[in-house]
Ligand binder design. Sequence first.
Ligand SMILES: *Cc1c(COP(=O)(O)O)cnc(C)c1O
Length: 461
Amino acid sequence: MNLKSGWNRRSFLSTLGAATGSLFANPKLHAAKSKASAHGVDGSPIVPITSGLGSTGDIYAELGVKPLVNIVGTVTVIGGSVMKPEVMELIRRGNEHFVLIDELEIAAGKFIAKLCKSPEGYTGLVTGGAAAAMVVGYAAMMTEDLEPRMKQVPDTTGFPRTEVIIQKSHRYNFDHQIRQTGAKLIEVETREEMIAAINPKTLAIHFTNIQSNMGKVSGPETVAIAKAHNIYTFNDASADVPPKERLWEYPAVGFDMVTFSGGKDICGPQASGILIGKEELIRWSLLNMSPQEDRIGRCCKVGKETIFGLLKALELFVNQDYDAVLRMYDARAQVITDAVKKFGVTALPRKFDPQALGNVTPHYSWQIDQTKLKITAQEVMQQLADTPKLGIGSFGAGAAGMRGRNPDAPQHPEGEAPRPRRNRPAPDPTTFGFAVWQIKDGEDKFIADRLVEIFKAAPKA
Ligand SMILES: *Cc1c(COP(=O)(O)O)cnc(C)c1O
């Protein structure tokens, strides 16, 4: 596989093979894990568990599930990201009291707006993920604060405005969350078509930030068109921080609502998200969401512990020194580079585009000298994934999530046929690589040791 060029998390997932294991079986790793650091998990037990689930110290093995070392990125199918000890502590403390959830949400929104330097008249909302933010956000635009409409969604019969304009190139798996509110997508390609599509039923223009380079209408142009016609704009920037500045830059462009995932590199609770938007729209969003009942967003519940955890994660994220974080990633890659160089495997220059649209993170790769070793990059990645007890990577067919049966699909002997992807370069057999941003303390050494094993066992050329 060629991870050197054209790398993205989805193509990585679709090319990487089987895997799995137990981190806790490695005493060295376990020791490293327990010291708190920028990306450590809080391994300190609140209370010792002496019986039942959790009593062996390896909860994954107790359920017969193999954990993974994440060299893929902040992908939900393998758990997204891990929370820092401070976040875990606030989750614990958030559990100490009962509280009116609406009151807590409104206060949390103000905290988010201040932290994220939101424009005057904007506030925040903690949602059950960025996808949930889209559901409650689009419901809010259609229902406003009208009780009968909120009860009626997703049946939008009689609603004055239900059409959402989207650039064809911005269609994606998450527009399901717009459609599930009963809103109707109207596809356009050009700026002229966008303007021509606007009519009295038009509610909003949706902007898919991570695909904005594929579209013909930019964010600022979209906002200008919408403002001129008095319709809303929603920017899905779920995976697009870091850089943290986007938390304030995108709302400042004038989007009425912007969402960011809480469970990606913000490293908040996995099922959390942030919605930043105009105060009125955020109030209507909360009206369409849990804890309220008989609402489309009742299934988008966030608990008090999630709210506190997300706020702490966001605070840590906004205040972190990203240069120091980058140096930490470089140091991890260096551990691997140092370990494999004796096999003639050399590090290629780090790939990092700080202005990339999403999943902004350095990517490291290494080149195998084919005159020394007879092993392909693909085989190396497969063997990493197949590491006993603790898989390094992701897990083949399941890496894209489970799929239902498609009665119309042609039969494929291996299960699901690989989906063709545009612009995928032919795999380079000499170069393997991955992202180190979601690996935890000690796992750089674990990966390095495994690579040494793999290269030691590889046939000499
Ligand atoms: C991850 C992602 C989402 C969903 O975010 P969650 O917080 O997992 O609900 C939506 N849109 C895009 C572009 C994403 O990458």
